[in-house]
Design a protein around this ligand. Structure first.
Ligand SMILES: Nc1nc2c(ncn2[C@@H]2O[C@H](COP(=O)(O)OP(=O)(O)OP(=O)(O)O)[C@@H](O)[C@H]2O)c(=O)[nH]1
Ligand SMILES: [Mg+2]
Length: 285
């Protein structure tokens, strides 16, 4: 049965409508609308895109994340051959207004970054989980850069950790901790090269759910959901405020207190792991 929460969600479409109405309002009214809509941030719908190479374990990850086995009813299809060909949406296990999208894989022979991004409607997602099942590669660099370019954020997951450990165990001087460190560092270094100062990499296994970092990732993401929602709201604002600035420079000067409120809100939007800040051009007019 549908609950009240099902109806109390601000969707992407609602955000567009709010944006349109704000851009035609005068400044004080626009600021009031923005304040009202900030109050509703808990209701914002979030779309998480799970992306990565073909076969890296995206669908398996989505199932693990939702606490489902691969063959349970309602789980994402997984397989040894290319399996997911269209984005498929699943509900977050705890939050109805958070959707987890299992995306087709990148890195097949015909892969072209721009076509992939278009196919999966990359802009639809508010943040991403990049899944890598092996070493850090050029395709991860491309994905991460595109996400940063879109001023969105991501969590980086190294899947199939169990397989890597099994393979390394054959060596005489095998050391679990050292092997995990090496895997983690490889991904961290790849992320540092594209300008992420303090990267966090979550090691997971679809078979040994509690053994590595899956819980840590879930906890961290849950803790950061309010920030993501706030960011979704905030990312819609700079363009609006800039448009208003163009039209109403004088009014802006007269409303400096309200502008200070807005810029404080904008500055308070942290982006985990990334050093990007929302454009504060609003106060530079
Ligand atoms: N050992 C091990 N195998 C895994 C893990 N995750 C996925 N696999 C296996 O890897 C294969 C691919 O997994 P999928 O989850 O279908 O991968 P995908 O990224 O969704 O694949 P596409 O949708 O085709 O891009 C399947 O045979 C899975 O059973 C893992 O953590 N450990
Ligand atoms: Mg899949």
């Amino acid at each position: 049965m549908a609950t009240l929460e099902d109806y109390c969600v601000i969707t992407q479409k609602d955000l567009e409508d709010i944006k349109d109405s704000i851009s035609t309002q005068d400044l004080p009214t626009a600021i009031n609308t923005i304040k009202e809509y900030l109050k509703k941030q808990d209701l914002v719908e979030l779309n998480i895109g799970v992306t990565g190479e073909s076969g890296s374990g995206k669908s398996t990850f989505v199932n693990a994340f939702r606490g489902l086995g691969d063959e349970e009813e309602g789980s994402a299809k997984t397989g040894v051959v290319e399996t997911t060909t269209e984005p498929e949406v699943y509900l977050h296990p705890k939050y109805k207004n958070v959707k987890v999208w299992d995306l087709p894989g990148i890195g097949t022979q015909s892969f072209k970054a721009d076509e992939y991004l278009e196919l999966v409607q990359f802009e639809r997602y508010d943040f991403f989980i990049i899944i890598a099942s092996d070493r850090f590669r050029e395709c991860h660099t491309q994905l991460a850069k595109e996400i940063i370019r879109m001023r969105k954020t991501f969590y980086f997951v190294r899947s199939k950790t169990d397989l890597s450990i099994e393979a390394e165990k054959r060596k005489k001087n095998f050391d679990l901790k050292k092997t995990l460190d090496i895997i983690r560092k490889d991904c961290e270094n790849g992320l540092r090269k594209i300008g992420i100062e303090d990267p966090i990499v979550f090691l997971t296994s679809g078979w040994e759910l509690e053994k590595y970092d899956l819980n840590a990732l879930q906890e961290r993401m849950e803790k950061e959901l309010p920030q993501h929602k706030r960011r979704v709201l905030m990312l819609a604002l700079p363009n609006i405020t800039l448009e208003i600035n163009e039209k109403k420079k004088k009014a802006l000067e007269e409303n400096i207190e309200k502008v200070a409120f807005l810029s404080a809100c904008l500055a308070a939007v942290p982006i985990p792991g990334l050093s990007i800040y929302v454009n504060l051009a609003i106060i530079a007019v």
